[in-house]
Design a protein around this ligand. Structure first.
Ligand code: E4P
Length: 217
């Protein structure tokens, strides 16, 4: 399973990248706004900086909601760097735009997926990635991980090449469950990635080893 970080914060991207386990970055308009990035040029520059920091797929989201607007925006985003993946919302014109991008050599990440039907449509249109939002599904009283199981099964039966990119991750256990359910990629906040490191027995065990090491040092 590939690890992406889900942020537009450069310090967090740097910290995750320095671990040596980072395969890419996802952002969205809310994450960009959180970093105070505004205006088309500033947004484009920020994506360029991220592409120069991380050698992996970088999702950059369109904000148009009509076919022509999405295509025009996506072309500009894709021109920033070869690693840019154009992120398109799962709406009717989004599906048409994904089809256009796939026929024109531009990779896409179909975002805001909450059902298997939506993911099937995006895969049929040729999306490179589909992004089911695990945490938001859980928040609404449904089971996000169950959707990953379902998609993993469907994509394997149907031979879809589209990768399942589990998004809206809220904790380390979500990452483990996504790996178990067959997600191809998990995009996570830094805290959830670092949370995978933690186990009290590791801390206790290391403290004991270091204490005992003093006996022969
Ligand atoms: C995915 O690409 C989205 O940016 C993200 O995972 C949404 O997560 P949230 O539900 O925590 O906002």
């Amino acid at each position: 399973m590939k690890f992406f970080i889900d942020t537009a914060n450069l310090n967090q991207i740097r910290e995750a990248n320095e671990l040596g386990i980072l395969d890419g970055v996802t952002t969205n308009p809310s994450l960009m706004a959180k970093e105070g990035i505004s205006g088309e040029q500033a947004v484009m520059n920020h994506y360029k900086t991220i592409c120069e920091m991380v050698d992996g797929d970088i999702s950059a989201e369109v904000i148009s909601t009509d076919f022509e607007g999405m295509v025009a925006e996506g072309k500009k985003l894709a021109a920033i760097h070869e690693n840019i993946v154009v992120k398109v919302p799962l709406i009717k014109d989004g599906i048409k735009a994904i089809k256009w991008f796939s026929e024109n050599g531009i990779r896409t990440n179909c975002t805001l997926i909450f059902s298997a039907g939506q993911a099937i449509l995006a895969a049929k249109a040729g999306a490179t990635y589909v992004s089911p939002f695990i945490g938001r599904i859980d928040d609404s009283g449904w089971d996000g991980i169950e959707l990953i199981h379902q998609l993993s099964n469907i994509f394997s039966i149907q031979g879809f090449k589209t990768e399942i990119l589990a998004a809206s991750i809220r904790n380390p256990n979500h990452i483990i469950k996504c790996a178990e359910a067959g997600a191809d990629v998990c995009t996570c906040p830094l805290d959830s990635i670092l949370g995978l490191l933690k186990h009290p027995l590791t801390d206790i065990g290391l403290a004991k080893f270091l204490e005992d090491a003093k006996k022969f040092a």
